[in-house]
Design a protein around this ligand. Structure first.
Ligand SMILES: Nc1nc(=O)c2c([nH]1)NC[C@@H]1CN(c3ccc(C(=O)N[C@@H](CCC(=O)O)C(=O)O)cc3)CN21
Ligand SMILES: CC(C)C(=O)C(=O)O
Ligand SMILES: [Mg+2]
Length: 256
C-alpha cells in the first residue's frame, strides 16, 4: 500500500508524526522503505555522497538518474524529488519542464523546491494546477548558501515574520507539505499550528508534524554533519574495520 500526499495530511489531523529520510540509490531506499520510513526524499543533499561541497552542482539529469534507482527500491513510502538549483527559478516554463521530467522519467510522486517568495509561490500554484504534487522548503534553503550561509534562519522578529508569511503563501499555492529547515523551535511550532498541511522539520525542534534528516548523517557515513543532525550509528567505523580485516586476510592468504 503506497502512501499518498492525502494520507500525510490526515496523519497531521490525527497527530501521527511523519518519518522522513533521504535516499540516493536502490540499496539505501530499499532498506529505508522496508524499515517503515513514510516519506523518502531524493534530496540534492546527495551532493555529500557524490563528493560535492554544496548542493549547487547537482543537475536535473543527475537527480533523475538517482531518483529512478531510489524508486525501484520503494514499495510503500511516498517518494519526493528535489528540483536542483536553477532547474525551476528561471521561468514557469522551466519549472514545469523540470518537474514534468521528474514525474515522467522516475515514477516519483512529488517534487520539492526551495523558497517562498512570490515568484516561487506562483510557480508552485501552476505546478499544482497541472497535477504535480509539490512540497515546499523554507527557513535555511541550502541552494542559497552563498547568500545565507548555513546559519539558523528566522532569528529576528522581522525574519521570523517573513518565514511565517512564506509558509502561508506556499500553503495557499497548494503545497501538500512543507520542510522547515534550521529555524527556532518556537517559530516552527507557530507555523505548524497555523498551517493545515504537515510541516517536516530538520533542525526545527520537536513541534513539527514530522522530521527529516539526511541519511548519510544518521548512518555516520558523512565526514561532517550539521549540528542538528543525530548520528544513530557510525558506518564509517564499521566499513573501515571490515575493509581492513579483509585486507589483512588477503595479504596473509587467509581468505579465501
Ligand atoms: N550531510 C548533510 N546534511 C544536511 O543536513 C545537509 C547537507 N548535507 N547539505 C545540504 C544542507 C546543508 N545543511 C547544513 C550544513 C551545515 C550546517 C551548519 O554547520 N551550521 C552551523 C553554522 C555553520 C556556518 O555558519 O558556517 C550552525 O551552527 O548553524 C547547517 C546546515 C543541511 N543540509
Ligand atoms: C534536508 C532535506 C530537507 C533536503 O532538502 C535534502 O536532503 O536535500
Ligand atoms: Mg535539498
Amino acid at each position: 500500500m503506497a502512501i499518498t500526499t492525502q494520507q500525510l495530511i490526515q496523519w497531521k489531523q490525527q497527530g501521527r508524526s511523519i518519518v522522513a529520510l533521504t535516499a540516493w540509490d536502490y540499496a539505501i531506499a530499499q532498506l529505508l522503505d522496508a524499515a517503515g520510513v513514510d516519506l523518502i526524499l531524493v534530496g540534492d543533499s546527495m551532493a555529500v555522497v557524490l563528493g560535492y561541497e554544496t548542493t549547487l552542482p547537482i543537475t536535473l539529469d543527475e537527480i533523475i538518474y538517482h531518483a529512478k534507482s531510489v524508486r525501484r527500491g520503494v514499495k510503500r513510502a511516498l517518494v519526493v524529488v528535489d528540483l536542483p538549483f536553477l532547474t525551476y527559478q528561471e521561468s514557469l516554463q522551466q519549472a514545469m519542464h523540470s518537474a514534468g521530467r521528474v514525474l515522467k522519467e522516475t515514477g516519483a510522486q512529488a517534487v520539492k523546491l526551495e523558497g517562498g517568495y512570490p515568484a516561487i509561490a506562483e510557480t508552485v500554484a501552476r505546478l499544482v494546477q497541472a497535477g504535480i504534487p509539490v512540497m515546499g522548503h523554507v527557513g535555511l534553503t541550502p541552494q542559497s548558501v552563498h547568500q545565507l550561509g548555513l546559519r539558523q534562519q528566522g532569528k529576528t522578529q522581522e525574519a521570523s515574520e517573513r518565514i511565517l508569511q512564506e509558509a502561508i503563501a506556499l500553503e495557499q499555492a497548494g503545497v501538500f507539505s512543507l520542510v522547515l529547515e534550521h529555524i527556532p523551535a518556537d517559530l516552527a511550532m507557530q507555523i505548524s499550528q497555523k498551517l493545515s498541511i504537515p510541516t517536516i522539520g530538520i533542525g526545527a525542534g520537536i513541534h513539527c508534524d514530522g522530521q527529516v534528516l539526511v541519511t548519510s548523517d544518521v548512518l555516520g557515513l558523512a565526514e561532517k554533519h550539521p549540528p542538528f543532525a543525530k548520528v544513530y550509528t557510525n558506518l564509517r567505523e564499521t566499513i573501515t574495520k571490515a575493509v581492513q580485516d579483509y585486507a589483512v586476510e588477503v595479504r596473509e592468504r587467509k581468505f579465501p
